[in-house]
Design a protein. Sequence first.
Length: 433
Amino acid sequence: MIRRVRIFHVVLAAALLANTWAGVSRIRSFVLRFDGEEAIARGELDQAYERLLRARWWQPGDSPGHVLIGKVVQHAKSNGLTLASLGGLDQQQTLGVGAGAVARGIVLNPADAWTWLNLATLYQGHRTARVRVEILRRLGAPATETRTSALDPEDVVSLAAIHKAIEAEPDFYFHHDFLAKLYWDRGMKQEAAEAITSAMALMPRLPEHPILALEPFIREMAEPILSGIRMGGRNPYLGPVMAARARAGILEKLNRHADAVEAYAELRELGGEQLWPECDLSIGKLEQLQGRWNESIPSLEQALSNGEGTPVGAAALYYLGLAQERLQQHASAEDYFRRYLARTPGALHGYLRLADTLEAQGRSAMAEEVLLGAVRKFPEDRQAYDKLIAHMRVHGRSRQAIPYAEALKKLDPDQQAVDRLLDLLRKEGARQL
């Protein structure tokens, strides 16, 4: 009986020890993996690699830990960097380290779309590094990525991985964005169009798609993008308001101003009162982009009225000032700009516009005071100095402008244009004595 009790105690102690060790391992691995991710975000890739290797030692069955090692390799390759721990390896061997790590993560969790996405980005990073080296060898000059018309071996692997990610997570739009960018870079427009249509149908919200920051992409893929937005608008979980906003934004990016005005009017109708100020401001700005200054005023006045006390209402004051300025109503423009600055004192462009409208009224001394105030308020902004110096020169005060040019020189000591400006001011100032 006593023997059995002792055996039980030994087994219990061993079980408790194993459980404690497992807990410690998970905690230690988590801390190191978190440190590694933070180091990746800071661009400290050697530190990230070292932390993630240690995290993997503590918890070798943790899929994200393996995948993040591959992510470090991908960042290094994409940016032309060499990891200290892998310094003796060539490009292909380095790829093998990264791919092996991600592959282990996939084996541990094959249903995780994130692991497949990282495999795809790793191979694209390898392709970027390979192309960079090839161009440098051919030309002996700085190289940039160029669009090609065929798939490379790395692309084939990336596409296979992304399709696996889509299988695992079919409703995530980013995978389709990845496909669209890859196909577009390779000149495969039809495939790119299909991918971006799917992406926009899944999420018709422009800020969610970084690829839409590429203006050439938007121009070439305008109709597929708009088609995807229309499809997304029919999704009851997304709704027509989101789609109408996205459509208006795309039309604005395409400089189809008249169409964008109609789209914002539709959004205004669909979205209700809470969207009126935003839509009215957008319509007014678009009218001004078409040179329709007088026509912009009603919408901007509505934006001011409906957006009282909001940033939208403040912006409406600025654009109303622009309209009055272009219509030669300078006293009215001055009032709007002063009201705008009272609400938005940190807006340099407001000071510059106010100075212009004061100058147009023949109140040059007051315009100079406004510009002096702008320089004092924004002492690190070159534009404020440029405007003040130009104003002083026009009014025969080049000598008085010299200290401001010298201050401008301090912002950028190597700027040769400022040296030439100082020489010119000194010569003009000497003639004005």
